[in-house]
Design a protein around this ligand. Structure first.
Ligand code: SF4
Ligand code: SF4
Length: 295
């Protein structure tokens, strides 16, 4: 384990937050990372539990607890503490396709399950994960993993959100020839247009997509399967088709006043505003503005 008394010696310390009056001046992320020394202490807080509930992903009373990816959390916490970041990163990438996304926007089931949290504050697993992957990019340790052998199988993935991208990544690593179809103009699905920029800046999606392109994955945007491209065309052209379409149909409410002006579904609101931000820095007039309104 890291430091046997780490969880007693060091308090949980999260990434700081930029002051509200400063961060409202832009739409960027506002949690700058801790420095290496402080991150090391956060790694030291991990107790390397005999039963690491953080990485278990077990079903309890119909609900899941612990990391759905079975990330090797105690291992990389220990290596963060010891300063062996490169090895920690390798162990993280063993199970996680996109730590730069989960390290930013995962709900953090690991921390809800962390034993340290039973009688205090859980280990900062999610932020440790993010620190590791960004260390990897900064130090050019994240390089395209091009499969040595290609099969002759062609696979279409419909949808380029997190499930579509992860499916494409894993199939490509096994040597299959993967094409991902996305109905909108940018790759990323809900990560691109359903999560606001201040939680996940979009250059991080582009960074990963470029890496996947170098690894051999093909992305086709503005391709609405079933509309602009017939589904049969995919069935005829590929050995397998994987549907990763997500669930973007909103659940409506049948309440009095529902038909009033100015009521939007969340994803419509987020998509319009993120697209306008990315296309024109909100100058194209296509965003939904709540400026000056009671919300
Ligand atoms: S934050 Fe990372 S380690 Fe925690 S549950 Fe999500 S993917 Fe797993
Ligand atoms: S449950 Fe918490 S303290 Fe235990 S191994 Fe996992 S992260 Fe470390």
């Amino acid at each position: 384990m890291g430091k046997p008394t780490g969880f007693l010696d060091y308090a949980r310390e999260e990434n700081p937050a930029i002051e509200p009056l400063v961060r409202i001046e832009n739409f960027n992320e506002f949690h700058p990372p801790l420095d290496r020394e402080h991150r090391q202490k956060q790694g030291a807080r991990c107790m390397n539990c005999g039963v690491p509930f953080c990485q278990s992903c077990v079903q309890l009373a119909g609900m899941y607890s612990g990391c759905p990816l079975h990330n090797l959390i105690p291992e990389w916490n220990d290596m963060i503490y010891r300063g062996n970041w490169e090895h920690a990163l390798a162990r993280l990438c063993k199970t996680a396709s996109f730590p730069e996304f989960t390290g930013r926007v995962c709900p953090g089931l690991c921390m809800a399950a962390c034993t340290c949290g039973a009688n205090g504050d859980p280990v900062t697993v999610k932020e440790n994960e993010l620190a590791l992957i960004e260390y990897g990019y900064e130090n050019h340790l994240i390089q395209p993993r091009i499969p040595e052998i290609r099969t002759d199988k062609k696979i279409a993935v419909v949808g380029s959100g997190p499930s579509g991208m992860a499916t494409a990544d894993l199939l490509n690593r096994r040597g299959h020839n993967v094409t991902v179809y996305e109905r909108f103009d940018r790759v990323g699905g809900l990560m691109m247009y359903g999560i606001p920029n201040m939680k996940l800046e979009k250059q991080y999606i582009d960074r990963r997509v470029n890496l996947m392109k170098q690894e051999g994955v093909t992305f086709v945007t503005n391709a609405d399967i079933g509309n602009t491209i017939p589904a049969q065309e995919l069935l005829d052209s590929y050995d397998a088709v994987v549907l990763c379409c997500g669930a973007s149909n909103p659940r409506d409410l049948n309440n009095p006043g529902r038909d009033a002006n100015g009521i939007y579904f969340a994803v419509d609101f987020l998509r319009a505003n993120t697209k306008s931000l990315l296309d024109s820095n909100l100058t194209d007039g296509k965003n939904i503005s709540a400026k000056g309104k009671h919300v």
